[in-house]
Design a protein around this ligand. Structure first.
Ligand code: COA
Length: 333
């Protein structure tokens, strides 16, 4: 059986940075409250004329370059996103075209903030089965376009960006060890965005409060309940994935968590007895970039030269649905 290795990593954050102080001019909040309750200090916001696929294409191009291959070497593109350019075609098909690819399959997956973790599990299973040799997997979001910028309970928490990995099926051991995925739709009303229309297109610039988009249905969340459930379920799923693959807690080198709130992240690290310097932390600068958050956090520690060949990484995420999961990865670069 083949093993799925990560051979390239990339990321892209839009140029426009919005600090907590900038946000306090838009909505009734403060830098002190946001920092203390979430750990967030700033977020990146997509440019007016950009689409989610533009962010995804840049992250994907960087991952291809890092892998030392071209789009012609890729057999499939999968984009995890909640904020697709359009209802259809898929954002992945836009990315394929923008990267100059043709013919091979490209599709989106939707598991909100758990999209990348779900995508890695799905693609790994397909690659182990011999379906593809090389796949470009991207998590990309323009969350700023589905937020209500007058709702301080939600708008302070999210940001835009994209992260990507190139996966390669090889005979040698290592790479993706395995994954665990869960969903419980009975909690669907605690974190949701009811209407996609007009979606994450540049026409839906909600920051410009004079447009029709401002105030239309957007991300809604019962923050306290989401918080409690996230801490509990993430604590369970990290233990479950270790048990499933017979790995001891102290064998872990890195926790690469979904970046929703520093307090949730710390709670999971504590359950695993991991120190802060073993946790990929980007929530302060990126905020919650949904499906992009795990690959962007991975890109951050990778580009800083912190991840070493042979190290063991635990990726985890929690999302609306609720949908949550974890992947174990033996680093092979
Ligand atoms: N600025 C200032 N005050 C705010 C605020 C903001 N941005 N957002 C909420 N508040 C206020 C509330 O109105 C409330 O005031 P009240 O006591 O007068 O009613 C007070 O702060 C406390 O609110 P509470 O919801 O109890 O705060 P909290 O400590 O639970 O933090 C979240 C709120 C949203 C940061 C936290 O619940 C959270 O992170 N939840 C999970 C979010 C998440 O992970 N979502 C995505 C999952 S993928």
């Amino acid at each position: 059986m083949k093993h799925t290795h990560i051979i390239g990593v990339g990321g892209y954050l839009p140029e426009n940075v919005m600090s907590n102080d900038d946000l306090a001019k838009v909505v009734d909040t403060s830098d002190a409250w946001i920092r203390e309750r979430t750990g967030i200090t700033q977020r990146h916001i997509i440019a007016k004329d950009e689409y989610t696929s533009d962010l995804a294409t840049r992250a994907g191009a960087q991952a291809l370059e890092d892998a030392g291959i071209s789009i012609d070497d890729i057999d499939a593109i999968v984009v995890a996103t909640t904020t697709p350019d359009m209802i259809f075609p898929s954002t992945a098909s836009m990315v394929q075209h923008k990267l100059g690819g043709k013919g091979f399959p490209a599709w989106d997956i939707q598991a909100v903030c758990s999209g990348f973790v779900y995508g890695l599990a799905q693609v790994d299973a397909m690659m182990r089965g011999g379906m593809f040799k090389r796949v470009l997997l991207i998590g990309a979001e323009s969350m700023s376009r589905i937020l209500d910028w007058q709702d301080r309970n939600t708008c302070v928490l999210f940001g835009d960006g994209a992260g990507a990995v190139v996966l390669e099926a090889r005979d040698e051991d290592g790479g993706i060890v395995g994954s665990v995925l869960h969903c419980d739709g009975s909690y669907r009303d605690l974190l949701l965005a009811k209407h996609a229309h007009p979606g994450a297109s540049p026409h839906n610039n909600r920051l410009d409060l004079n447009t029709d988009a401002a105030g239309v249905a957007a991300v809604e969340m019962k923050g306290n309940e989401v918080f409690r459930f996230a801490v509990t379920k993430l604590g369970e799923v990290v233990k479950e994935v270790l048990e499933k693959y017979d790995i001891q807690q102290n064998e872990l080198d890195w926790l690469v968590p979904h970046q929703a709130n520093i307090r949730i992240l710390n709670a999971t690290a504590k359950k695993l007895n991991m120190s802060t310097d073993q946790v990929a932390l980007t929530v302060a600068k990126h905020a919650n970039t949904s499906a992009a958050s795990v690959p962007l956090a991975l890109n951050d520690i990778y580009r800083a030269g912190k991840v070493k060949k042979g190290q063991l990484l635990l990726l985890e995420a929690f999302a609306g649905g609720f949908a949550w999961g974890a992947n174990l990865v033996r680093w092979s670069k």
